[in-house]
Design a protein. Sequence first.
Length: 401
Amino acid sequence: MTAVVHLRAGHVQPVWVGHPWIFAQAVARIDGAPQAGDEVTVLDPRGNFLGRGLYSPGSAIPVRLFTRQADVPIDDALFRTRIEQAAAWRRQLLGLPGAETTGFRLIHAEGDGLPGLVVDCYDDVLAVQFLTAGTKRRQATLLDALVAATGAKSVIEVSSARHQKIEGFEVNEGVVRGPAVGRLAFLERGFRWEVAPPGHPGGGGQKTGYYFDQRETRAMVEGLSGGRRVLDVYTYTGGFALAAARGGASDVVGVDSSALALESAAHAAAQSGLAERVRWIRGDARKAMAQLNDDGARFDLVVVDPPKLAVGARDVEEARGHYRKLNAHAARLVAPGGLLVTCSCSQAITGSDFLRAVATGARDAAREVMVLRLMGQPPDHPVPAAFPEGRYLKVILARLP
């Protein structure tokens, strides 16, 4: 019999509006003894049905909702339908995959009605992350549906150590369907990229291997780069640097601490005929920016896109300080009248937190920041309207007078 999770008074409104998570503090009691990954029913204090979800006993989010319809079970048919729908609307509305772009986010967890599942498409290879015991337990069904919906030749499972520890399951990174994979080759906006797959040397360091969520920001940078001197800090595989070079930048510098990332970036530059257009610097971001400032270097466009600096609420205060210092270094390098593109992918950092960190960092550098545009993740990373935690990516385009 399906266990029942009863909510406390005062915790119903967010769920009723559409928030897909049931937090531990919202749970009044549980009737039954659900195990990790079991389906549970969620009721309000008056016994009204709110939804069905999968249970995660060791998590601060013990239930993630999959359906709000009393007559819809969480079964194989639901998973197949959600995956088919996700692939279909990306093809129809976004043209993904298309002639210019074959790498994109196929399943974005809550945004596609599949909490605990993230899938990225690399041409004919899928990289899959199971983030909950519930989705991991249904791995075979989900993989069957993913291959059927996309025609993928291979599927790679990607680990997430933090989620595995909380949820209590193990992952061995690597191919779980189809033949072995050497490099993940795909197109983005006409650029040809190759990254090492998770589980291989040099692979799996960032999400499922690549930052698809910055595709639109890279396009914006390309359009702004004509004739400008451009600095790309935390370049990783060189996405912003190559976009700037193709956009006609007069000078492009890419900075990253990873030799493997810079090797991948240089390879991508060579494939695109841009090898002579970009200079690469290996080093810590802040130290490299400080040295460039000491050398008197100035840029017309500076891009700062660090990895996640705050994993949870306990990291927020320290992360604010890091963002402030990073943006102070960046502001010093922006020529008068130049542009700054600065980013945060930390879910725990709010948009207001990030704007304040950028503003205070700029003041530390005796500069002002005039915000021209605020951006987030692209539409293949959808978010329920009532789910602010899903809007993790913050991008600020600013002019520094």
